[in-house]
Design a protein around this ligand. Structure first.
Ligand SMILES: Nc1nc2c(ncn2[C@@H]2O[C@H](COP(=O)(O)OP(=O)(O)OP(=O)(O)O)[C@@H](O)[C@H]2O)c(=O)[nH]1
Ligand SMILES: [Mg+2]
Length: 217
């Protein structure tokens, strides 16, 4: 089943949103993931693509999720509770060649198990550097999300690294490389926070759709 296009609308989020964000825990495997029923949104992508930075920008925090210019900084699945509305899950990045093989295998298993067997996971954010064409890892992940009917929003990170008149061309190239509509690829820049409202729009729309209906009094 294909979930494209996503028809995302920007959320009208005030600058101070979200007010309350808490680190919940780090998990080395799915078994260690928190026992929570909150809808979850995960951040997937190559090492150093900007997953932790996106999470921090969305949450208006500098070092909530640890950022580093050294690839492979995030080595566990890190869970953050946002105002008891949604959990954001920062995943370790793939494609970092210097990681010892045994570690790569165990991270891979944890991520695969999480993506496959986490019923509260309502939306995947797949991050791609705006300057790079998507590779096999991104195409395989997206194909797998489409096969399993999991919605995925593509975020083209580090948009400040290309000239404004190149953004559309790069977004179109990434969309073409992944076989998704250009509207499902959102440029994001941590410097200007461009893209923040639309990404919140997607997160809140999927979280609200998944939240249990309020009980009748
Ligand atoms: N100019 C610019 N730099 C960015 C942006 N997003 C991230 N970076 C930089 O890219 C580097 C990696 O960012 P991280 O957020 O740690 O990347 P990550 O995907 O979490 O990396 P791993 O945890 O290793 O998988 C850092 O030096 C960030 O400052 C952006 O939008 N613009
Ligand atoms: Mg990280």
């Amino acid at each position: 089943m294909s979930r494209f296009p996503l028809n995302i609308r920007p959320a009208d989020v005030p600058d101070g949103f979200p007010g309350r964000v808490a680190f919940v825990k780090s998990a080395a495997s799915l078994a260690q993931a928190p026992h929570s029923v909150l809808p979850e949104v995960c951040f997937c992508g190559r090492s150093n693509v900007g997953k932790s930075t996106l999470l921090n920008t969305l949450c208006n925090r500098k070092q909530l999720a640890r950022v580093s210019s050294t690839p492979g900084r995030t080595q566990l699945l890190n869970f953050f509770n946002v105002q008891d509305i949604v959990s954001l899950v920062d995943l370790p990045g793939y494609g970092w060649a210097k990681t010892p093989k045994a570690m790569q295998a165990s991270w891979g298993t944890a991520i695969r198990d999480y993506l496959r067997d986490r019923p509260q996971l309502v939306l995947n954010l797949l991050l791609v550097d705006i300057r790079r064409d998507p590779g096999d890892e991104e195409r395989n992940l997206l194909a797998w999300f489409q096969d399993t009917g999991q919605p995925c929003l593509v975020v083209a990170t580090k948009a400040d690294k290309v000239a404004a008149n190149q953004r559309r061309t790069r977004v179109a190239a990434i969309a073409r490389g992944l076989g998704v509509p250009a509207d499902d690829v959102v440029p994001f820049a941590a410097t200007s926070r461009e893209g923040r409202e639309i990404i919140w729009g997607a997160i809140l729309a999927f979280a609200e759709a998944a939240a249990p209906a309020p009980q009748d009094a």
